[in-house]
Design a protein around this ligand. Structure first.
Ligand code: CA
Length: 224
């Protein structure tokens, strides 16, 4: 499976058509036909991408997009029935990743979905279960809550989380997170790790994301 796509669309035939095409491309698909429960559903089910119609009963797509952006950087493609609306939407900076206008060919939608997912996986955002790291803002959230990381802590966590299971020794960590050649002792790395763990534990006490590997260094293991 290539990932879970949430289709939010109140026209049942259109939703079914999109689902067929996406499934044929090996995506798993869920459909919601109104806006008000979407954010909660996303929180619970963590889709890999959302196709979000704008005109929806319950809560419109723009509001839904804003709701989701409070806690998640999941890629969102907005679907509008009016081509002239796209300019306005861009100006609103809703945080959507792409826009598609109706009527569209399902093939085009699948191509856009693939492109947006590729971009998202290109290192802009790191996701490991409920941990989301946004490279643009240096913001990391766990279960939608801001970890409040410093730049060094962010870089440290990004390095480890981008390579789950791989052990880094302190020297490698130093070289990767400090660009300049200033001397940083092993204890500095250890103290950053300690602070990072404390911030993670504040949000989820049982979460052990960063593991010590005795006499070697550290590694990241996603939550199970
Ligand atoms: Ca609609």
């Amino acid at each position: 499976m290539n990932g879970l796509i949430l289709v939010v669309e109140d026209e049942p035939k259109l939703a079914a058509l999109l689902a067929d095409y996406l499934k044929a491309s090996n995506y798993e698909v869920s459909i919601l036909d109104e806006g008000s429960g979407v954010a909660d559903w996303v929180r619970e089910n963590k889709p890999d991408l959302i196709l979000l119609d704008i005109m929806l009963p319950g809560r419109d797509g723009m509001e839904v997009c804003k709701d989701i952006r409070i806690f998640s950087r999941v890629p969102i493609i907005m679907v509008t029935a009016r081509v002239e609306e796209i300019d306005r939407l861009l100006g609103l900076e809703l945080g959507a990743d792409d826009y598609i206008c109706k009527p569209f060919s399902p093939r085009e939608v699948v191509a856009r979905v693939k492109a947006v997912l590729r971009r998202a996986q290109d290192g802009r955002t790191i996701r490991a279960d409920s941990l989301v790291m946004d490279e643009h803002t240096y913001r990391a959230t766990l279960h939608g809550r801001d970890l409040g990381l410093t730049a060094v802590e962010f870089k440290l966590l990004r390095l480890l989380a981008a390579h789950p299971g791989r052990v880094f020794n302190r020297r490698q960590i130093m070289e990767k997170i400090y660009r300049d050649d200033r001397f940083v002792s092993d204890r500095t790395i250890d103290s950053h790790i300690k602070k990072l763990r404390r911030k993670i534990e504040t949000i989820e006490p049982s979460a052990l994301l960063i593991h010590s590997v005795y006499s070697v260094g550290y590694k990241f293991e996603p939550l199970t």
